[in-house]
Design a protein around this ligand. Sequence first.
Ligand code: G3P
Ligand code: CA
Length: 264
Amino acid sequence: EERVAPGHQPAGPILVGHRGAGGTAPENTVAAFKEGRSSKADFIEIDVQLSADGVPFLFHDDTPARTTDVEDVFPGRASDPITSFTWAELQQLDAGSFFDERFVGERIPHLDDAVDVATRTTGVYIEIKSPSKSPGIEQLVADQLLTDPSWRKLVAADKVQVIGFDVASNRRFAELAPQIPLQQLTGAVPGDAELAALAGFADSVGANYRTLTGADVDRVHAAGLAMSAYTVNSPEAVQAVVDLGVDAVTTDFPVQNGRYLRGL
Ligand code: G3P
Ligand code: CA
């Protein structure tokens, strides 16, 4: 087993840059990852899917319509599943100009582009997005995290976490890579019986902050799980979830909220 000193451990709640820093840079691009890193967030969050030819790429939506110039490059394919594009096709899309012309030329990243930006301060939350549309993605991501030297180093420094909404997919991932912390995403925090079942394979629960209560946070903690809240953008909302006792906060604005929380 590789031995590396643990990564930076914050005093307050863990700060996670959503899609890198989706509020101030085009989501799920290297520009957004660098923005998240510059904030010294504890993690950046990314969404991974598999291309038609099996390459892990970083993208949130089910189609290229909202965040790319697909209509210019592949007219008529804006509503096609993003997973129906090959890696070579994905590389032809501009994933920055939808956000601002300053980001023209940003490409859809490969999974490994995220580890290249990561540091022992800023690790990576990897969301396995819509796994039913990317068959085999759990095995592929687990293999990559456990065999690639850069990912292995980040895992050993405790700076990689896998997250996802799909319980069956999460169970599968936990079996393949039990050493990697796993977060079950959910809208609202489920009941105690379900929390007990989740505790069998997950380390934390990530819930929508809008419906979150102090009682929810206490129940998650009582089940032996850590509590994470998404996607919390204003400093007032960040303060409110911190007051509820959450362990991690995911935000589109890690620079601004990092300053607010830690004076970074
Ligand atoms: O961190 C959880 C959050 O990323 C889940 O929602 O739709 O932004 O992937 P979504
Ligand atoms: Ca996500």
